[in-house]
Design a protein around this ligand. Structure first.
Ligand code: ADP
Ligand code: ZN
Length: 712
């Protein structure tokens, strides 16, 4: 079996024209019978790596998968594409299981998804032995390793697969695996010789943005309103805050739900279903949400609070834009959050607290970064990227530095005079000359720098102090109620006039506004024919309900966007859209073509434009019959449109329908007839031997080529 047949499978069942570069390498490797370990980020297209060989080769592939919901989703997706796939796990009744086992036994399946429990059950091995296996795929393979973060005990009992089926290629796949986990997978699966394929973890379609965490709710509201009707997740730190935020959003008229571990399983799955089916597009969730759902059209992610570490952050934002279409991520950052997280970590001592704190530091550095955020992110995951990404807030609006020596001196001197004994909030109050009770009681109004920074707002001071911390002039003593301390560097500023460069606070604000505008321009709306896209989404929703599938299983956003742009009007054209395989074209194609036609006729709904519509359809390569059928018109009417267009000098071609000879004959006859020439009269002139539609085109030919000459 070769790559060419694999490509045919890809087109036929999935509707894609080509493999992604690493997919092709993996598939080539697997088709030649060798084992592989595949690391790709979420949305990287792991499943194609085993699904395509499974369908292309004769026999059945078993896919071991740890999550029941994920199995169901994958199998539904495959079946919708016309692939013979099924799953076996504890969610099925005994009778259902027997039915699937029978199909499997009789070689009626291309893929069987199976839970590790089922696979390792006593009675199953003899079964497996009798089936023609073409491939074994281990999904979420990091579950094998106690080092990984989702360790599953059942996953450690799969050594037998390679022992029992040495000739069947085995491919293990995961989106997260550090070096230890990787070698663990290889040794536990008993495939030490397997080749490892690692894709870049970059997700260039995800925009990255960090904003100061002031007035979060107002900012969130505006953010969502700019992206109306699209799905997104807002991650919050606590259960209560998910509920509060969801309620506030509901009061603002948005459809939002809350999701956290404190809800009953029934309630949780209800919310998940509603989200998957695009019924409730916004979910405010704790980190538990998003695991095990494959929804490809999540368009944005907001972090209401700073995540604990970069791993969690990247995994969470990774749930957006799996379809490869632009998606936006927004992180709110405030220094308060860092304090809060430190406190939380401190309350669970023992669990590698030093490591956790270091990870939090890295997260904070990311949020405060003044260089390309994607570079930081990728370098954290061991990938270096030399060029700036152009899709993060820093790249879109690079910081502008100015001489901030005086500002720094004021802040540092305030800290000095407060005996390095007060946290940032008090330092700022002193600088701004606040009349707060605590301040007055402590007598801080006597201090020389009291009120020296009145000209700046609270937010401005927070911004500058954060910079002084980042650049190493100030330290925070976490163990002394977060008091600010001066570093060696600070002394140089205070006592030796060292200069300090700061990033203008106004540029931060401008940056946000610019980024906002850019986001508006670049987001979906700019790429798509918005109105048509919305109509196609409505069709998708209706079909999803009818077929009992989540909307993204009908077609992905990427596919609908391409349809809105290319506006396919027939079977052939819709088949060329990426994501439209044979089965889906057959099942759903007409519904979408009809919606596009409706849209075009509506858009061109004014008088005279019915001709235009015919012209557009001609341009798309439809023939007269097809146009008549699509538009529910008689072919004669469509021919008269064609004639009209020709008369008006439009670039339409009559030659497929009328010969030069016929056109000349008709042109010669017309001068003998009464004006304006009636078709009926012409018909009789030729003794009924020339068809009406040819006569109509003949008149058009005459009008365009002879009439004017006659008049002059
Ligand atoms: P993963 O399992 O790695 O998270 P998926 O297999 O779900 O990723 O694929 C992510 C998205 O990319 C899906 O919408 C999938 O249909 C799409 N995709 C995968 N391979 C291709 C390809 N070769 N061409 C176009 N789209 C692809
Ligand atoms: Zn960048």
């Amino acid at each position: 079996m070769d790559l060419a047949s694999a490509k045919k499978t890809l087109k036929k069942y999935f509707g894609y024209d080509s493999f992604r570069p690493l997919q092709e390498k993996v598939i080539d490797h697997v088709l030649s019978g060798r084992d592989a370990l595949v690391l790709m980020p979420t949305g990287g297209g792991k499943s194609i790596c085993y699904q395509v060989p499974a369908i292309t080769l004769s026999g059945t592939c078993i896919v071991v998968s740890p999550l029941i919901s994920l199995m169901k989703d994958q199998v539904e997706g495959l079946v919708a594409n016309g692939v013979r796939a099924a799953y076996l796990n504890s969610s099925l009744t005994a009778a259902q299981q027997r039915e699937i086992e029978t199909q499997f036994f009789h070689g009626q399946l291309d893929l069987l998804y199976i839970s590790p429990e089922k696979l390792t059950a006593q009675h199953f091995l003899p079964f497996l032995k009798k089936v023609n296996l073409n491939l074994i795929a281990i999904d979420e393979a990091h579950c094998i390793s106690a080092w990984g973060h989702d360790f599953r005990k059942e996953y450690t009992q799969m050594r037998f697969l390679k022992e029992q089926f040495p000739g069947v290629p085995l491919v293990a796949l995961t989106a997260t695996a550090d070096k230890i986990t990787r070698s663990d997978i290889l040794s536990q699966m008993n495939i030490p010789e397997a080749r490892t394929f690692i894709a870049s973890f970059d997700r260039p379609n995800l925009s990255l943005e960090v904003r100061p965490g002031q007035k979060r709710f107002e900012q969130i509201l505006a953010f969502i309103q700019e992206r109306s009707e699209t799905s997104g997740i807002i991650y919050c730190l606590s259960r209560k805050s998910t509920e509060d935020l969801a309620e506030k959003l509901q009061r603002a008229g948005l459809k939002a739900g809350a999701y956290h571990a404190g809800l009953s399983p029934k309630e949780r799955s209800r919310i998940q279903e509603q989200f998957i089916n695009d019924e409730v597009p916004i979910v405010c969730a704790t980190i538990a949400f998003g695991m095990g759902i494959d929804k490809s059209n999540v368009r944005w992610i907001i972090h209401y609070n700073l995540p604990k570490n970069m791993e969690g952050y990247y995994q969470e934002i990774g749930r957006a834009g799996r379809d490869g279409v632009a998606a936006d991520t927004l992180l709110f950052y405030s220094f308060k959050d860092v304090m809060l997280l430190r406190d939380i970590l401190g309350q669970n001592p023992g669990t590698q607290i030093e490591l956790q704190l270091t990870k939090l530091d890295r997260m904070q550095q990311y949020a405060e970064s003044l260089v390309c955020r994607r570079q930081i992110l990728l370098s954290y995951f061991g990938e270096s990227q030399q060029t700036k990404c152009g899709n993060c807030d820093v790249c879109k609006n690079p910081p502008a530095y100015f001489d901030g020596t005086t500002i720094a001196q004021k802040a540092l001197s305030a800290i000095y005079r407060l005996r390095q004994n007060e946290p940032a909030s008090m330092v700022i109050d002193v600088l701004r000359g606040s009349g707060k009770k605590e301040l007055l009681q402590k007598g801080y109004q006597q201090i020389k720098t009291y009120g020296a920074g009145r000209n700046f707002s609270l937010a401005t001071w927070q911004h500058y102090i954060a910079q002084l911390i980042q650049t190493g002039f100030i330290d925070i003593a976490y163990n002394e109620r977060n008091a600010l301390k001066l570093t060696q560097q600070a002394h140089a500023v205070l006592f030796h006039n060292q200069n300090v460069d700061l990033v203008q606070f106004s540029t931060v604000k401008e940056r946000q506004e610019k980024a906002k505008k850019l986001a508006q321009q670049q987001s979906l709306s700019a790429e798509r024919n918005e109105a048509l896209f919305q109509k196609l989404r409505a069709v998708r929703r209706r079909l999803a309900q009818e077929f009992g599938l989540p909307p993204y299983q009908i077609f992905s956003d990427a596919t609908l966007l391409e349809m809105a742009k290319k506006q396919p009007l027939n079977d052939r054209e819709i088949g060329r859209i990426s994501g439209v395989g044979e089965r889906k074209r057959y099942r759903y194609g007409d519904y979408f073509i009809d919606a596009i036609l409706d849209h075009l006729s509506e858009k061109k709904g004014q008088k005279g434009t019915t001709y235009k519509l015919t012209q557009e359809m001609l341009k798309k390569g439809l023939n007269i019959q097809e146009i008549a059928q699509k538009r529910n018109l008689s072919p004669t009417t469509v021919f008269s449109h064609l004639g009209y267009l020709y008369e008006k000098g439009e670039p339409v071609d009559l030659s497929p329908y009328i010969s030069q000879e016929e056109a000349d004959q008709i042109s010669r006859a017309i001068p003998y007839l009464e004006k304006p020439v009636k078709l009926k009269a012409l018909f009789e002139y030729f003794d009924g031997k020339v068809e009406y539609h040819i006569l109509r085109l003949g008149i058009a030919f005459y009008n365009r080529n002879h009439k004017s000459k006659e008049q002059t």
